[in-house]
Design a protein around this ligand. Structure first.
Ligand code: GLU
Length: 312
């Protein structure tokens, strides 16, 4: 069954888009559908489409997936502007953003392990819902701090967000609100954390609209809060539905042929895979294989329709 895309707000004018995969495995159909939609939104707006490789998690990144992911995008007919940026080449701007937050007194050190955070969360009144950090290391006494320093375990860095409430209008989900927890901006292995790196890079690259999977919806209030603290303009956001297997679980390897190479081994062409992805969101009818340009026209029509509603 196709889930129809309903745009709830007009597109920001000529908003540049991006796809920002982590090269930790081949892109599955859900990732490819997100990439297709991100590309379509940007192209329908007559804007640029950038690809950024999010490769900061060195423990999980595999070199062979850089090229494999790009080859899959190209095979589906998705083109991008300018060179592909790798996040690991831009750590200077992540460090600069972190330094600004520190100067503003918005950062503290945290020695908590995952197990400790879990434990605090299961204690009555221990942690706010949604896996938010309970704030254990926020206000340590001098003695508590010394004890943690003596452990030899390097600290992560968290922001002091004061449970700020952030609301925004997602272009597909409508009004969204969230409470920002004291999330990690630098991990205890020294790597800049996802929310910091992504928000800073979206701003630095002039991204006007972030189209991504709705598993990241909870991260968006955090990223908006960060951008606000850094005093830089935030992009618009459109969170697209994830794909699920027949058992209702998030699409994964065990669901069978879920990557492009596997679909092609079954005899499908890349055009047919693109058509199936488009059909799954109501942009194509079963049996037809619209070109990328035709899909761009359909999405522009959808956006114009939305504009007319807006002005009605
Ligand atoms: N790199 C993230 C991922 O592959 C996506 C980041 C984003 O789109 O904001 O899940």
């Amino acid at each position: 069954m196709a889930e129809r895309l309903v745009l709830r707000t007009p597109p920001p004018p000529r908003a540049d888009g991006r796809f920002a995969p982590s090269p930790t495995g081949p892109l599955h159909l859900g990732n490819l559908r997100t990439a297709l939609l991100s590309w379509l939104f940007a192209r329908a707006a007559g804007a640029r489409f950038l690809v950024r490789i999010e490769d900061l998690d060195v423990g999980r990144v595999r070199a062979e997936h850089y090229e494999g992911q790009l080859a899959d995008l190209a095979a589906l007919g998705l083109d991008w502007d300018g060179p592909v940026e790798r996040q690991s080449e831009h750590t200077a701007r992540h460090a600069e953003a972190l330094a600004r937050l520190r100067r503003a007194g918005l950062v503290y050190e945290c020695w908590c392990t995952r197990a400790e955070i879990r434990e605090a969360a299961s204690a009555p009144h221990g942690a706010p819902p949604g896996g938010a950090y309970p704030g254990t290391c926020r206000e340590l006494s001098a003695a508590e701090r010394r004890a943690r320093e003596a452990s030899g375990r390097p600290p992560a860095l968290r922001v002091r967000a004061d449970a700020a409430e952030v609301a925004f209008t997602d272009r597909l989900r409508g009004p969204v609100g969230g409470v920002v927890d004291d999330f990690v901006v630098r991990r205890n292995d020294g790597a800049f954390a996802y929310n910091l790196a992504t928000a800073v890079d979206d701003a630095a690259q002039g991204i006007g609209e972030v189209v991504r999977g709705d598993d990241l919806l909870d991260s968006t209030p955090r990223q908006l809060w960060l951008l606000g603290r850094l005093g830089v303009a935030a992009p618009a956001y459109a969170h697209v539905p994830l794909m699920y297997g027949p058992d209702g679980a998030r699409l994964a390897k065990r669901h069978g042929a879920v990557i492009l190479a596997e679909r092609m081994a079954l005899g499908e062409s890349a055009d047919e895979v693109r058509a199936a992805l488009a059909a799954s969101v109501g942009l194509s009818r079963p049996g037809e294989t619209p070109t990328p340009a035709t899909l761009v026209e359909r999405v522009s029509a959808l956006m114009n329709l939305e504009l007319q509603h807006d002005h009605a």
